[in-house]
Design a protein around this ligand. Structure first.
Ligand SMILES: [Zn+2]
Length: 380
């Protein structure tokens, strides 16, 4: 591990330069053309250490499969899948207000933490392993999805297929907080849309004939919000409501968008049951519910715990203490863990401000995170 760390340190400036190029190549989820440009750039940076191919993702652009060429047996046994995503939440032109900069010991810019830093890390972990000729037993493949920030609609099946033939999955999402904690549990995430159909009427002339969809929705919002169970970690958030047309019209329609988070799959079954049992308080109104679970929870299985233990031991060899953490946010690791494949998440950069204007990573943690990733590839 010490040699890997020294090698990562020696390449640190080069890694920062590559990361700068990745960040300055904006790649919002909405723009297939810009995702394509990012793919080309990444492929060029990895050309001397990997075989790269792309997979069509319809209107979202293309995913990438990067198979690294590593020391060790030519005929590898088993596979390690690393997960990245090329898309960011930042619209085109964000660089004008959030330009790349290096100051206060940090690197700043859109997507630097989530998750271009993590992908640069893997590229240089591979370089360190090659430079030191450290044997790697398993095939190492990185899958770079182009639709993660919008819920992975086009990549989910590919992620599940690739995970199915892998012994372990390493997710290059940022670690938790400025300690860079590993993520060994993630909540499952779902979404519901609730539409209410009421009966329109003149609010002055014909009040009693109306059945307000707005009032009905307000009652449902209160019921739904009560499904939250903080002790179990189950949360239900009615985040968007809309309804009605004018103040003097009894509303004929109203609707809400609801976000749910569940730590365990069985919590979802119970919650789903409660949603499906919703009935209108005013019988003249009708409810229409759609949606469900999008990402299943990543539960801390024995395989997840085993990978975390290995990472903690390897980090300790270079004097770095890492811990485990759980989070309410999801990643593509939710899909792989739910299939029962050992998954370790949060192995990317150390920093803060994902999806926020102060998005940044800590420069002095680049080398040890890179070495940790290299160590894992050689030890799994
Ligand atoms: Zn991410």
């Amino acid at each position: 591990m010490k040699r890997l760390l020294a090698s990562a340190r020696a390449m640190e400036r080069e890694q920062v330069q590559v990361l700068r190029e990745l960040v300055e190549c904006e790649s919002p989820s909405e723009s297939a053309a810009d995702i394509g440009r990012f793919n080309d750039l990444f492929a060029a940076k990895a050309a001397d250490v990997a075989k790269v191919k792309t997979v069509a993702a319809g209107r979202y652009g293309r995913h990438m499969i990067v198979e690294f060429i590593l020391p060790g047996p030519r005929q590898k046994t088993g596979q390690i899948l690393a997960l990245g995503h090329s898309d960011t939440v930042w619209p085109l032109g964000t660089l004008q207000t959030m330009p790349w900069r290096e100051e206060k010991g940090r690197l700043w810019g859109p997507g630097v933490l989530d998750m271009k830093g993590g992908m640069a890390q893997l590229l240089f972990a591979v370089r360190a392993l090659r430079e030191l000729d450290v044997p790697v037993e398993k095939r190492v493949v990185m899958q770079i999805n182009c639709d993660e920030e919008i819920g992975s609609p086009a990549s989910r099946s590919l992620t599940e297929k690739m995970a199915g033939t892998s012994d372990a999955v390493l997710v290059l999402e940022p670690g938790t907080g400025l300690g860079g904690k590993l993520k060994t549990a993630r909540k499952g995430i779902g979404r519901y849309g609730l539409k209410v159909e009421g009966v329109a009427a003149h609010a002055g002339v014909d009040f009693a004939a109306g059945a307000s969809a707005v009032l009905e929705l307000a009652r449902q919002v209160e019921r739904i919000s009560d499904f939250t169970d903080l002790k179990r970690g189950v949360t239900v958030n009615v985040g968007v409501v809309a309804g009605g047309t004018r103040s003097n019209v009894i509303a004929a329609a109203a609707e809400a968008e609801i976000d749910i988070r569940v730590p365990r799959l069985k919590d979802f079954a119970a919650l789903e049951g409660r949603f499906r049992k919703l009935r209108a308080a005013d019988r003249r109104c009708r409810l229409f519910l759609e949606g469900g679970l999008n990402r299943p929870p990543m539960e801390r299985s024995a395989g997840v715990a085993r990978l975390a233990k290995l990472a903690i031991r390897l980090a300790k060899e270079i004097g770095v203490s890492v811990e485990e953490s759980s989070t309410g946010g999801g990643s593509d690791g939710n899909f792989t863990a739910a299939l029962g494949v050992a998954t370790l998440d949060g192995l990317g950069s150390v920093g803060e401000g994902a999806h926020a204007p102060h998005e940044s990573i800590v420069v002095r943690r680049i080398a040890d995170r890179t070495a940790l990733l290299a160590g894992l590839l050689a030890s799994i």
